[in-house]
Write a new protein. Structure first.
Length: 300
């Protein structure tokens, strides 16, 4: 027990405190901004004046859905909820609301919980795990409010995220074996954007939360399968230039629009419309230094 507890207090799986690249930008505030407002990178979310949002009204709308989750699911339909939000039961994109739940809310948000906990620990905050849970709660509630803004229809997306997949991610990445597998075997890391505020337009710009995974394809580990995902899914190859530096190329899709699903019945469920996306990424020790992205839609 003593050795396991000591390992949890000293091992850093996802936050390395590197003084360069995406690792240098990592902190709880960055996570909340990139995660909470990440949906604004989708073109049909045109208003990015975040200091002018009616947050109180949006919170009331969100609470109508998550305040009594059983009643909300009763209205939406339990079978529909379980088959579209919880279990991967369909290849039809109109019924694949579960897809981001597994990759973004379980895998991505779970990693964020652990990385943020490690950040708090590194900076000697008391109760780093609790501090990370508080940060993750703020990030996820903000994200749900912004994504579902002005929606008056019954929706269960936030219920699946907040009550199922976000806690699942925290539980998984509280386990040392899970963290070791994803950080060492799959090289999971956060490669999010650098958000900025435009004082002329009063818009938030360049926000977005992204992740990367790599898996060795050769015995010398110079060539690796590469995946970059967030509100996109890009796959390709990564090649180590030397002991520390890597160049990765990928091709895939990005979300160009969130629209009501055609299979929608009572309430509202959203589905993604996709566009092509390609990217080149240069990193040092899995900390992103720069990237070039080509897409059919303009970048935020």
């Amino acid at each position: 027990m003593h050795s396991n507890s000591q390992a949890q207090d000293t091992t850093y799986y996802f936050y390395q405190a590197l003084p360069y690249g995406s690792q240098a930008n990592y902190d709880p505030f960055n996570v909340i901004i990139n995660g909470g407002y990440g949906v604004l990178q989708i073109p049909n979310y045109t208003d990015r004046r975040i200091f002018e949002y009616p947050y109180r009204s949006w919170w009331k709308d969100l609470w109508c859905d998550i305040g009594n989750p059983v009643n909300t699911i009763d209205q939406f339909g339990w079978k529909r909820f379980l088959s579209t939000e919880i279990f991967p039961t369909s290849l039809n994109i109109e019924k694949q609301q579960f897809f981001p739940n597994y990759f973004l809310h379980t895998l991505g948000a779970g990693m964020h919980y652990r990385a943020t906990m490690e950040w708090y620990r590194h900076h000697r905050f008391p109760h780093p795990a609790l501090s990370s849970v508080v940060s993750m709660t703020a990030y996820h509630l903000l994200s749900e409010m912004v994504e579902n803004r002005n929606n008056k229809l019954t929706t269960v997306d936030a219920i699946a995220d907040l009550y199922f997949f976000d806690p699942l991610g925290i539980a998984l990445f509280s386990n040392e074996k899970v963290c070791r597998f994803f950080s060492q075997k799959l090289e999971l890391a956060e490669w999010s954007n650098q958000p900025a505020y435009n004082f002329n337009s009063r818009n938030l710009e360049n926000m977005g939360q992204f992740y990367v995974m790599k898996y060795p394809l050769t015995s010398d580990k110079r060539w690796k399968a590469f995946s970059h995902f967030g509100l996109n899914a890009v796959a390709g190859l990564s090649r180590k230039i030397d002991q520390e530096r890597s160049l990765s190329l990928g091709l895939g899709f990005t979300v160009k629009e969130l629209t009501p699903a055609q299979e929608d019945q009572v309430g509202r469920a959203l589905t993604a419309r996709l566009a092509l996306r390609a990217g080149a990424f240069y990193d040092i020790n899995n900390s992103l230094m720069c990237s070039v992205v080509l897409s059919e839609i303009p970048e935020s």
